[in-house]
Design a protein around this ligand. Structure first.
Ligand code: PAF
Length: 280
């Protein structure tokens, strides 16, 4: 496995891989890799023949009150995990390499990025799609894999790739959950055991909504009311949003359409902000 920190070196390596006829599959990450990331890497290995993982804590996607400085950075451990997972190249640039002095170009997607996360984290997706577009330009992968847990992120990236005619296939990997149902996230490490118990209400609410739909309930107000009720029974949980939306546009829907409608949840569990979603 090769670790590359310079943009030009990564561009040359990627060009050589393409020259050898390799189908490069990219897994963009911010490091602190957990089993969820490893499942993205496994899917990337199925969809391409050379897996590149980027590890970059992207300052542009953190808001002023979000803790960029304290985001976990564990490069050595991450490299070992990538090596064990069969990754060919890790691209781990510095902030100065990605955003050199005088950097001033940012992208905005102006529809899918607006609701939900876009309301509470207004500049978040501007930062995400800017860095993802930069990674796509540097590496020019045939495929890029993202996790379904960040459903709006995937939808915004897909829209950006379509709008900008980027020749990359965006693949979505299913959410990986712990045995108790909690969706894997680097934020889970901040939960105390008691907070974790309350955090389980997110996956419980999603499962309940799925069960209601399976029993024929298609009224969105009923489903959202039930999900909110489950969350509100836990004293550490504060609901940020609970909504039924179209999986591509993130627009609110009036009726559940099988396979297209997502129940998306965001909540504070004390000081830890969690999101989760499931397709209904
Ligand atoms: O999901 C993440 O870890 C980040 O938002 C991403 C896609 C790597 C962009 O920085």
């Amino acid at each position: 496995m090769q670790t590359i920190t310079s943009v030009t070196e990564m561009q040359t390596r990627a060009e050589n891989l393409r020259g050898e006829g390799r189908r490069v599959a990219l897994v963009p990450t911010m490091g602190a890799l957990h089993d969820g990331h490893l499942s993205l890497i496994r899917l990337a290995a199925e969809r391409g023949d050379t897996v590149v993982v980027s590890i970059f804590v992207n300052p542009a996607q953190f808001g002023p009150n979000e803790d960029f400085a304290h985001y976990p950075r564990e490069l050595d451990a991450d490299l070992k995990k990538c090596e064990a997972a069969g990754v060919s190249v890790v691209f781990a640039p510095s902030s100065e390499e990605m955003y050199p002095k005088g950097y001033s170009t940012y992208l905005a997607e102006e529809a899918v990025a607006r609701p939900l996360e876009g309301v509470s984290r207004p500049a978040h997706f501007r930062g995400v799609i800017t860095v993802v577009a930069k990674l796509f330009n540097i590496i020019r992968p045939a495929v890029a894999v993202f996790g379904q847990k960040d459903a709006q992120q995937v939808a915004v990236i897909k829209k950006m790739a379509r709008d900008l005619h980027l020749p990359v296939e965006i693949v979505t990997a299913p959410t990986l959950r712990d045995a108790d149902g909690l969706a894997l996230s680097s934020r889970n490490r901040h939960l105390t055991p008691a907070q974790r118990q309350d955090a389980l209400s997110l996956s419980q609410a999603l499962r309940r909504a799925q069960a209601m739909v399976a029993q024929g309930e298609h009224r969105t107000d009923r489903l959202v009311a039930e999900a909110t009720h489950i969350l509100s029974q836990h004293r550490r949980v504060r609901v940020i949003y609970a909504a039924l939306v179209d999986r591509e546009t993130m627009e609110a829907v009036r009726e559940v359409r099988a396979g297209r409608t997502l129940l998306v949840l965001a909540a504070w569990v004390d000081e830890v902000r969690l999101i989760d979603n499931e397709i209904l």
